[in-house]
Design a binder for this molecule. Structure first.
Ligand SMILES: C[S@@+](CC[C@H](N)C(=O)[O-])C[C@H]1O[C@@H](n2cnc3c(N)ncnc32)[C@H](O)[C@@H]1O
Length: 226
């Protein structure tokens, strides 16, 4: 794991104003002006089936990072399973949806992704001022690392209060077919190999998480013989 600092993001943006992941280009480098800090309508999900009116586009949330999760999923998990000031880990953070929700909800957070350009995008999505979204809000500490979810060597044992993460669904959506990235679990074409990788992610998650706390994983079905 290697920390990607906000200054490194600014330096990146000086020489390159976009990130490219597969065939998607996304502009980065400018602070975002926020129109809404939270969804217009939101109530915590209370049953085992979650259903949302739309994916959600408040703050810096956009649907442009391949296969990103709805911020409504992240918000539900964070509000239900953590308290302000606690530490949330998303070790496959992609474009930073979980981290943005942590910033808005006053949770400290660690985001990790194996794709350097995803780390830059996550820092870009965090590049906004949070003008006290609520009276008890305190600026949280949010860090982004370039690294592999199977080896989170800079995270101490039993230090994390909540894991909320969203791995690739094996190779259903690819993040590095065009620019090869060693260790990217979206490039595994054999189910057994994918499951071995996810087992290592689970073992590392168990090491990081405080006893009795929660680990939430969103993963889709793997389709065969479509
Ligand atoms: C489904 S996306 C996550 C999207 C994220 N929830 C969001 O809202 O933007 C899965 C992510 O896992 C990352 N990934 C794949 N293999 C990884 C690994 N071994 N370690 C860390 N990240 C990995 C990919 O680069 C991709 O960004």
């Amino acid at each position: 794991m290697r920390l990607v600092t906000f200054n490194e993001y600014l330096e990146y943006a000086k020489s390159c104003s976009e990130i490219v992941i597969e065939d998607t280009k996304i502009h980065v480098g400018k602070p975002h002006r926020i129109e809404a800090y939270q969804p217009e309508e939101f109530s915590l999900e209370t049953t085992t089936v979650w259903s949302f009116p739309d994916r959600g586009d408040w703050a810096t949330h956009r649907g442009d990072y391949r296969g990103n999760w709805s911020p409504r999923v992240a918000r539900n998990l964070i509000l239900r399973y953590s308290k302000p000031g606690e530490l949330v880990l998303d070790q496959m953070c992609g474009g930073g949806t979980t981290l943005v929700e942590c910033k808005l909800l006053g949770r400290n957070a660690i985001g990790v992704d194996i794709n350097y350009e995803a780390c830059i995008l996550a820092l870009d999505r965090l590049n906004f001022n949070c003008n006290q979204p609520s009276s008890d809000w305190k600026e949280p500490d949010i860090k982004v690392y370039h690294g592999d979810a199977r080896n989170l060597d800079l995270i101490e044992d039993e230090s994390v209060d909540l894991i909320a993460t969203h791995p690739p669904y094996a190779n259903i959506i690819s993040y590095s077919k065009q620019k090869k990235i060693e260790g990217d679990l979206s490039q595994v074409y054999n189910l057994e190999e994918y499951l071995r990788g996810m087992r290592e992610v689970a073992e590392e998650s168990f090491r990081d998480l405080k006893p009795g706390r929660f680990c939430a994983v969103l993963v889709g079905d793997t389709r065969k013989h479509r």
